[in-house]
Design a protein around this ligand. Structure first.
Ligand code: NDP
Length: 328
């Protein structure tokens, strides 16, 4: 495993990490959750990603049980939570005070995540989306105070714009508070703008770290949707029709088909090519993997072996197939 500083912080995060969105507490049973975390940890993954909203809090409960059962030293891994959406499990019955980035919810959601994960502090705590209903000062102060109280070590954002991140830094500077360390954006062969263009400047200025999500675009970048719809896969899960419709666009499938052939020519597989392509970007601190089966995770961990195959010439060929290079 390779490790990298999370932005300008001194925290060493494994370049591949593991998250439990849609899997723990939902798609996979507790035994699979346990074996997945065990495979991850034993292969050097040190960061486990979670959120209050995942399976309405159940994902954190399942992860917390595994962490407790495994008895891994608390100083050997990093665990996160995220606040904003609330933890209603999609039932839609949240009270107005049970969501958002206001002080009340940020503080209460942190305490609840600590309980569910059965840990004394969160290494990383993310604002899962920007909140137009809360002044940025209130959120920055709340995060700073949680750090002062020892409940959180580093705070960050997810799917914020560069401008919103900079506003948080300006507030932090004005009041001498701790600003956000990392952002969690989507990044994969099909979604590139934020990581490759929008944040380019703030990697340098504020030393932003990135923990990127959906490296396989929910599985479409494995090539398994190339020839029809396989059973027992994420895009077949009830309630995820919006994701399926968005991802299985003809344009995406055409590109993935070409890339799958190219991966074969290179002597590798489509998932490994897609993951290695993310790892190749040095502005990515860690690529968060997702998996519903042990074999998937074991395969995905081999992505490092494919990075050296991505020469300038190979990257150019991939660029031509993707045909979506962001404008700098
Ligand atoms: P991916 O895009 O890598 O999708 C993972 C899914 O793809 C797996 O669950 C599995 O689904 C399928 N898959 C993975 N590997 C293989 C393989 N080798 N062969 C075939 N199928 C495979 O990542 P996620 O979308 O899961 O995102 C990773 C993490 O990022 C999340 O767990 C979460 O922690 C974080 N995240 C954060 C978000 C945010 O807003 N901050 C949003 C989304 C995710 P299946 O078997 O069911 O088809």
């Amino acid at each position: 495993m390779e490790y990298k500083r999370l932005g300008k912080s001194g925290l060493q995060v494994s370049r591949l990490s593991f998250g439990s969105w849609l899997t723990f507490g939902k798609q996979v049973g507790d035994t699979t959750a346990e074996s997945l975390m065990k495979i991850a940890y034993e292969n050097g993954i040190n960061f486990f990603d979670n959120a209050e909203a995942y399976a309405g809090g159940k994902s954190e409960e399942v992860m917390g049980e595994v962490l407790k059962k495994m008895g891994w030293r608390r100083d050997s891994y990093i665990v996160s939570s995220k606040v904003f959406f609330g933890a209603d499990g999609g039932k839609g019955d949240l009270k107005p005070t049970q969501k958002g980035l206001n002080r009340k919810h940020v503080v209460e959601a942190c305490d609840q995540a600590l309980q569910r994960l059965q840990v004394d502090y969160l290494d990383l705590y993310f604002c899962h989306r920007p909140d137009k209903e809360t002044p940025i000062e209130e959120t920055v102060w709340s995060m700073h105070n949680l750090i002062q109280q020892g409940k959180v070590l580093y705070w960050g954002t997810s799917e914020w714009s560069a401008q919103e991140i900079m506003e948080a830094h300006m507030v932090a500077k004005q009041y001498n508070l701790i600003g956000p360390t990392m952002e969690q954006p989507q990044y994969n062969m099909l979604v590139r703008d934020k990581v490759e263009v929008e944040f380019k400047q703030i990697y340098k200025t504020v030393g932003l770290g990135t923990t990127t999500w959906s490296p396989l675009a929910s599985g479409i970048l494995t090539g398994k949707y190339n020839d029809g719809f396989p059973k027992d896969t994420r895009l077949g899960i009830e309630g995820l029709e919006w994701l399926k419709d968005r991802l299985l666009a003809e344009e995406n499938l055409k590109k993935v088909k070409k890339l799958t052939e190219f991966a074969k020519e290179l002597g590798t597989t489509m998932p490994l090519l897609a993951l290695a392509w993310c790892l190749k970007n040095e502005d990515v601190s860690t690529v968060i993997l997702g998996a519903s089966k042990n074999e998937q995770l074991s395969e995905n961990l081999k992505a490092f072996e494919v990075v050296p195959l991505l020469t300038d010439e190979v990257m150019e060929k991939i660029e031509a197939m993707l045909d979506n290079a962001p404008v700098h």
